[in-house]
Design a protein around this ligand. Structure first.
Ligand code: ATR
Length: 278
């Protein structure tokens, strides 16, 4: 029997993960199956029982998506540093009766920006909007790239400050602020919308003055075309606007490599999943 993997979330009907991992498996000739599981939303331990059951039946690993990333992290026996800072797991590996938690969202985002979009973060001024799970996952990989500044803007400033404090002293200009402070901060080379605003068609209260025409505006949401955030960036003259399709495929490639020991090529899969923004 081939090795079993799955993605678990709720809702899960629109997940692209089985398609992505299926294409990776084909390209790298790995014998594996990958299915989507709708996790139960009950407040009890339904999610945990499904994960443990999947592992007990010989499953090798799982991807975890909303709303289970925190519970997956809590369930694990071992956690990577990235997962610890995010307080969330998006990938699990089952080995020797143990559950190991990882979080590849941030590294996937960083790779998409630096490698696929060709925008190295080293020495750049980077603005992250939001301080929730998505922003938390991205912080360490962003810092590792050595930006000149990394500013975390959030409506609830204390949440951004807590996140920055958790990273500890750092020489990149890492700090938290409110949206009202941004107008005085000049232009950023890369602005990432890591808020959940786009899921409800909202716009974070970001002033257009943060954008540089030759910079990059990155929307973590995927397949929502020109979100209010990307439209604002476009209208501010930003040439490089991108959504999260590359991040989705890159985080999957990281998980695949972690599980299988072989890193799949991503560009053909990104091309296949890309939905035009306009
Ligand atoms: P998750 O962990 O899934 O990312 P979360 O922890 O609820 O979800 O985080 C959502 C993020 O989106 C937060 O940074 C939130 O800002 P606040 O902490 O100030 O609430 C941000 N967010 C959601 N809707 C927003 C909006 N309309 N404008 C600006 N920020 C928004």
């Amino acid at each position: 029997m081939s090795d079993q993997y799955a993605v678990i979330g709720n809702p899960i009907a629109h997940t692209k993960s089985p398609l992505i991992h299926g294409l990776f498996a084909e390209a790298t000739r790995q014998q594996m199956s990958y299915v989507a599981i709708e996790g139960p939303l009950d407040p009890d331990d339904g999610f945990e029982r499904i994960v443990r059951g999947f592992a007990a039946d010989g499953g090798k690993g799982m991807n975890v998506t909303a709303p289970f990333k925190l519970r997956a992290f809590a369930l694990a026996d071992e956690r990577s540093e990235r997962a610890k800072l995010a307080g969330a797991a998006n990938a699990l590996k089952f080995e020797n009766g143990r559950i190991v938690a990882e979080n590849f969202d941030g590294i996937g985002l960083t790779r998409d920006i630096e490698v696929n979009l060709g925008v190295p973060l080293t020495g750049k001024r980077v603005l992250m909007l939001g301080a929730g799970g998505a922003a938390r996952g991205a912080l360490l990989p962003f810092l590792a790239a050595g930006p000149a500044d990394l500013v975390v803007a959030n409506r609830d400033v204390s949440k951004g400050e807590a996140l920055v404090a958790q990273v500890g002293p750092h020489d990149a200009g890492l700090h938290a602020c409110g949206y009202g402070d941004l107008a005085a901060m000049g232009r950023f080379d890369v602005v990432v919308n890591a808020t959940s605003a786009s899921l409800t068609g909202e716009l974070p209260p970001v002033p257009p003055s943060v954008f540089s025409p030759y910079g990059t505006a990155y929307e973590l949401a995927y397949g929502k075309r020109l979100t209010p955030f990307l439209r604002l960036a476009r209208n501010a003259g930003v040439l490089g606007v991108a959504d999260g399709v590359g991040m989705l495929v890159e985080q999957a490639a990281e998980a695949f490599a972690w599980w299988r020991g072989v890193r799949p090529e991503t560009s053909a899969v990104i091309d296949r999943l890309t939905v035009p923004l306009d």
